[in-house]
Design a protein around this ligand. Structure first.
Ligand SMILES: CC(C)(COP(=O)(O)OP(=O)(O)OC[C@H]1O[C@@H](n2cnc3c(N)ncnc32)[C@H](O)[C@@H]1OP(=O)(O)O)[C@@H](O)C(=O)NCCC(=O)NCCS
Length: 144
């Protein structure tokens, strides 16, 4: 079945499925759960998923910030869907969504082992690494 890319509005069925994938990919391996504060922030973000039929193959979230930066967050490709071009396609999709809403620059905080992935799709490192959820992260930016 072809992978499709759709919006997953906060609180909806696709959002719930995507949250389960995010938990499995991003938090469970660290022995962590999303906090109530993090989940409350989700209400202010846009969420998009790559779907394989009724399954969520990958999630990305988008925060449109007051200073005209689009922040790309929660990039998570489900186990079994990695290295098939889905992460790249989903980032391109969310960049299109940001551009369509008038945003011309994007940033993200990449886990250090994924820097090479983001470099391949045009992001450049900015500044020093810093810790988030106990892991080293790197701010990366791109003109959209
Ligand atoms: C990192 C991640 C988003 C990549 O998504 P993906 O769908 O597997 O990547 P793609 O298949 O679209 O890869 C695009 C290119 O990046 C490369 N790539 C993928 N993961 C990479 C990595 N960790 N390091 C370096 N290059 C990577 C691919 O080989 C491919 O290169 P090519 O064009 O030369 O063939 C995904 O593996 C993932 O969700 N990992 C676990 C969670 C995580 O760390 N998320 C990021 C938090 S910041």
């Amino acid at each position: 079945m072809p992978i499709t890319y759709i919006s997953a509005p906060f609180g909806g069925e696709w959002y719930a499925k995507a949250l389960a994938v995010r938990h499995e990919v991003m938090r469970a391996p660290l022995g962590l759960c999303y906090t109530p504060e993090e989940l409350a922030h989700d209400a202010h973000y846009q969420h998009f998923v790559a779907c394989d039929g009724d399954q969520v193959a990958a999630n990305v979230s988008l925060a449109l910030l007051d200073d005209r930066w689009a922040q790309i967050k929660q990039v998570a490709v489900h186990a079994g869907y990695e290295r098939r071009g889905i992460g790249r396609a989903l980032i391109h999709y969310v960049e299109d969504q940001a551009r369509a809403q008038g945003y011309s620059r994007a940033f993200l905080n990449a886990r250090v082992p994924t820097i090479g992935f983001y470099e391949k799709i045009g992001y450049v490192c900015e500044g020093d690494t810093f810790p988030l959820v106990g892991l080293p992260h790197q701010r990366m930016t791109k003109s959209l």
